[in-house]
Design a protein around this ligand. Sequence first.
Ligand code: NAP
Length: 288
Amino acid sequence: MIILDGKKTSNDIKAEIAESVRGIVANGSRPPHLAAVIVGNDGASLTYVSSKVRACKRVGFDSTLINLPESTSEDELLEKVNELNNDEQIDGYIVQLPLPKHIDSQKILIAVDADKDVDGFHPTNFGKMALSLPTFISATPFGIMELLKRYDVETSGKHTVVIGRSDIVGRPISILMSQKYNPGNSTVTLAHSRTKNIEELTKHADIIISALGVPNFVKAEMVKDGAVIVDVGITRVADNSAKGYKIVGDVDYENVSKKSSYITPVPGGVGPMTIAMLLKNTLLAYKG
Ligand code: NAP
């Protein structure tokens, strides 16, 4: 069994990005600049955004964190989006989800300039991704593809079962795994909460990508020997640590890892890759 080490791979990618930034700055240009907008004080979202901003600093990017109050109206947020679209000093930005209930997320994401949409959530970028055209691929599916690529995991002709059909993970990764390139060229089944008998599907899968957010959902008896396991799930489970919680994935790692050929741990798998690919998208946005 080989661990798909997202922490190490993301550090390699960040070192490559930092090297590019050193070159840019040595030539007298300003570094790439990522902005992140967060509305409200949700603990998990603040943690994610802060780690994205810290990662920017580590690779030499400029970064701006815009923390708006929970009471921000949809119009006020649209105004901020418009301001960022027109700010030539900002190459890319993200609007951290989820947004408060009184704001229509779709309306906000569509208002983001597609050329600055380093999250790859804009319909134009999602459409380009689906057509295999060059674009910003949203960071989590992009990170999974990069991890498979860097570990030379064979995906061509394999049967991939994706569990979860969200717009940001399950659906895009199902499209990318079926694309006519490698990694890709896989035969994909996309499962979700209405799927009957998921175990019958996963038992025959060469690759399982689990993105549902239910701890220990994927158990050893659901997995065939030699399967590749990608665990996207991140769930906070209360424990006695100083933080008061630990992060767990969707997969029963202890037992499933004994049967798998490759597996991502949680934490230290897909999570760090997501941040590295956001930085990569920002560098792409900077280069235009
Ligand atoms: P989401 O929007 O929470 O949707 C979950 C998906 O799982 C839905 O498609 C849902 O089906 C399906 N599902 C839920 N319970 C199920 C069950 N019992 N059986 C089969 N399918 C079930 O998904 P998300 O935003 O992609 O997040 C999924 C997980 O990934 C979460 O733990 C999240 O924290 C994590 N995540 C991690 C990263 C990272 O960087 N590692 C990034 C993003 C998300 P329906 O569509 O039918 O409701």
